[in-house]
Design a protein around this ligand. Sequence first.
Ligand code: SF4
Ligand code: SF4
Length: 198
Amino acid sequence: MVYDSYAEEVKEIYSRLDEQIREMKKLTGLSCPKACGVCCSKENIEATALEFLPLSLHLWETGEAFSWYKILQKEDLNNTCVFYKSQLSDNDTGACMMYFYRPLVCRLFSNAAVINKYEKAEISLCRILSGSRPELKEHIQKAMGMGLSVPVMRNYSMMIYNIHPELGGKYYPINTAFKKSLEIVSLSPKNFSNNRAA
Ligand code: SF4
Ligand code: SF4
């Protein structure tokens, strides 16, 4: 299936990004407060279908895709992300049921720089981190000035876009993006009928 190769490309980008973030955190002390999952509880998170492709293929392979699709059919897709479970909050994986397969937007959030109006990379931290550690932004910004490598959101979004401009360039509310990616990996209504009959 052609989507397998897209998913592999996405996974390679995630692994490069994760490594860059790991190194940045080690050098700057950037880390989320224990068991915080505030960013996942928001209703306005957007992602592309391509970002979810590795997860959707994984769920298809493990036989869980159909049950997730049924959940999404019942959900208001504009609600909080279906993978957010506040009671799961953990220091390493936050409150995400699918942490290792989470999309690009979740990996970048509060771990990357935006390009400001002067075309300069500027670290972007969430309200929780800015509020609890007001010195952190300046500390990271200084380190960037001295050569620290920090992921730049625009660059990573462009890498995803370049894999497949349509699937990687169109943004949807996060649950819709997940639903679309499940459909892409052949969960069409026809396949559902076959699945039910099996
Ligand atoms: S990025 Fe911010 S809101 Fe999200 S888990 Fe970390 S500290 Fe909490
Ligand atoms: S996929 Fe995971 S990390 Fe991303 S918003 Fe949903 S619960 Fe949070």
